[in-house]
Write a protein that binds this ligand. Structure first.
Ligand code: PEP
Ligand code: MN
Length: 337
C-alpha cells in the first residue's frame, strides 16, 4: 500500500504516519517528490489492511493498494520517472547515458587505451569486468581487486564513472569501494542474497535481465534491491535466450517500453551481449534509443582481435565513435531540437 501525503501536510503529520506504520509491525519507504511525499508501506497483508482502516490521520490525502508484488519499483508507487544522479551524471534524464569499455579488464595498457577511446567518443562511464562470470571455469576469470584498481585509475584519468560487475556477496564491499555503480549480471539476477547485499551497500545498481527472465521476474528482482534500501536501480536489457542461434541472445527491445509502463526506474540497453555480433551493435544501439532507452552499455576494445573475452561483439574505437555520433544526432531529433 502507498500513503499519499497531501501537498500541505507537515513534518509532524508525516512523523505520526511513520509511528502508526511501525506500531502495526510494518516497514515504510519514503519517496519525496517535488510536490508531495509518498510513503510506501511494506509487510504482512493483514497488518496492511488493519493500517488502511485506521489511516485517517491528518495530512494523509489518500491510500492506494498496489496490487503487484513489486511495489517500490512500480509506476503505481511513483508516477514520475526516476532520475539517478551518479556524481552529476543523470541516468533517466533527457540525454542518453553511455557506458562503454572492454568486456574484461585485461591490463593497464588495454584499459587506458579503452578509457581514452570511450571518453573521446562521449561516453560517461567506463565499463569492464574484474570478476567475470564465465561459462567455462577454464576461461579467463578476471583480475579481481587489481582490475578494480585499474578501472578506478583509468576512469579518473579520463573523467569517467565506473560500472563493474559484482559476482558474489563476499565482494560487494570491495567492489563498492572502487565502483560508482555495481552491476548485477544476467546470471545473478535471481541471486536474492546478493540482491539484498548490493541493495544495502549505498551505491546505485545496474540490474541486468536474467538469461530467461520474464519482465515481471526482473521487476521483482529490482524490488529485492529497493526493499533493501537502494532507491537507485537501473534496468539493463541484454537479450534473452530463445530458439534463435544466429545471434547470441534475442534482444528484446519491447522490454524497454514494458519496463517504462510498469516502473518509474530508468532502463538502458546492452546491444553487445544482446546480439553477440559486432555488425549488429550499432543498429541495435540506435533502435534502443528510438525505443526510448535511457542509455546504452557497449563493449569497446582497443584491439578486439586479441580480446580475452567477447572480442566478436566488441567495437573498435573508430566504430564506437561512429555510433556515438549517430546517437547524438538521433537523440537531438527525438528531443525536438
Ligand atoms: C557483462 O556485461 O560483462 C556481462 C557478463 O553481461 P551479462 O551478465 O549480461 O551476460
Ligand atoms: Mn562481455
Amino acid at each position: 500500500m502507498i500513503i499519499v501525503m497531501s501537498p500541505n501536510s507537515t513534518e509532524a503529520d508525516l512523523e505520526k504516519v511513520k509511528i502508526k506504520i511501525k506500531s502495526e509491525g510494518l516497514e515504510y519507504h519514503l519517496s519525496t517528490g517535488t510536490s508531495r511525499t509518498i510513503v510506501g508501506v511494506i509487510g504482512d497483508k493483514k497488518a496492511i489492511s488493519e493500517l488502511e482502516m485506521h489511516c485517517a490521520l491528518p495530512g494523509v490525502e489518500k491510500t492506494v493498494r498496489i496490487t503487484e508484488k513489486y511495489k517500490l519499483v512500480s509506476r503505481e508507487f511513483k508516477q514520475e520517472n526516476s532520475v539517478i544522479d551518479v556524481g552529476g551524471v543523470k541516468i533517466g534524464g533527457s540525454q542518453p547515458v553511455v557506458m562503454a569499455g572492454p568486456c574484461a579488464v585485461e591490463s593497464m595498457e588495454q584499459l587506458m587505451e579503452a578509457a581514452k577511446a570511450v571518453s573521446e567518443g562521449g561516453a560517461q562511464f567506463l565499463r569492464g569486468g574484474a570478476f567475470k562470470p564465465r561459462t567455462s571455469p577454464y576461461d579467463f576469470q578476471g583480475m579481481a581487486e587489481e582490475g578494480l584498481k585499474m578501472l578506478r585509475q583509468a576512469a579518473d584519468k579520463y573523467n569517467l564513472k565506473v560500472v563493474t560487475e559484482v559476482l558474489d556477496q563476499r565482494t560487494v564491499e570491495e567492489v563498492a569501494e572502487y565502483a560508482d555503480v555495481l552491476q548485477i549480471g544476467a546470471r545473478n539476477m535471481q541471486n536474492f542474497q546478493l540482491l539484498k547485499e548490493v541493495g544495502s551497500c549505498g551505491r546505485p545498481v545496474l540490474l541486468k535481465r536474467g538469461l530467461c527472465a520474464t519482465i515481471k521476474e526482473w521487476l521483482n528482482a529490482a524490488e529485492y534491491v529497493m526493499s533493501s534500501g537502494c532507491d537507485d536501480v537501473i534496468f539493463c536489457e541484454r537479450g534473452i535466450r530463445t530458439y534463435e542461434t544466429y545471434t547470441r541472445n534475442t534482444l528484446d527491445l519491447s522490454a524497454v517500453v514494458a519496463v517504462k509502463e510498469l516502473s518509474h526506474l530508468p532502463i538502458i540497453v546492452d546491444p553487445s551481449h544482446g546480439t553477440g555480433r559486432r555488425s549488429m551493435v550499432s543498429p541495435m544501439a540506435k533502435a534502443a534509443i528510438a525505443a526510448g532507452a535511457d542509455g546504452l552499455i557497449i563493449e569497446v576494445h582497443p584491439h578486439p582481435e586479441v580480446a580475452l573475452c567477447d572480442g566478436d561483439q566488441s567495437l573498435t574505437p573508430v566504430e564506437f565513435n561512429q555510433v556515438m555520433d549517430e546517437i547524438k544526432r538521433m537523440s537531438a531529433i527525438l528531443r525536438g531540437e
